[in-house]
Ligand binder design. Sequence first.
Ligand SMILES: Nc1nc2c(ncn2[C@@H]2O[C@H](COP(=O)(O)OP(=O)(O)OP(=O)(O)O)[C@@H](O)[C@H]2O)c(=O)[nH]1
Length: 199
Amino acid sequence: MDEGSTITTLKILIIGESGVGKSSLMLRFVDDVFDPEQAATIGVDFRVTSMTIDGNRVKLAIWDTAGQERFRTLTPSYYRGAQGVICVYDVTNRSSFEKLAHWMTEVDTYCTKEDAVKMLVANKIDMPNREVSREEGLKFAKRHRTLFIEASAKTKEGVQCTFEELIEKIIQTPNLWDNERPRFVLGQTENNGGGSCGC
Ligand SMILES: Nc1nc2c(ncn2[C@@H]2O[C@H](COP(=O)(O)OP(=O)(O)OP(=O)(O)O)[C@@H](O)[C@H]2O)c(=O)[nH]1
């Protein structure tokens, strides 16, 4: 099937405390792999992939940042130009949830695109020792006007949806991306009720 040419390249940033599963989510999404002994990220990791949303092909540059403070000296440059920010916490680690306000402040401070779309991801829902309920996550997301999803990089649950919902919202915000191509029509696929990812 001809999926047409790429309409834009989007910069997506993944942030959150160390060990919450940022790299694991990115690697599950890009390579469909999971490493139970995933090494901590040093500085920043970077992957390019592409996906088709509503019949439109977009290229994604995914920046996986290190959660450890000592690697975050280049923080402002990570945020520059990002159209989407995925903020991750670990549902089995309450302190990673309590640090979310700090991460939101960072987003507000350093994001250069005012309308950048934020997605809150509650990761590791496959684990039994949960310390943060879904309701708490939802409440935080509402208060900070972010999208919200519960996920597991291990079992794949919610991972595809995380990226699909985020990219769909970005595409629906034309201010955010290069719209030099006026012939591009939003939602050009038919019969899919406006392109919901079915999450
Ligand atoms: N059970 C379970 N373990 C996970 C999940 N996601 C990540 N992990 C594990 O949690 C640990 C940390 O994962 P990383 O992906 O390295 O976390 P990170 O947020 O990138 O960490 P930094 O690079 O230090 O910022 C690894 O041992 C992963 O295998 C998940 O959904 N379920």
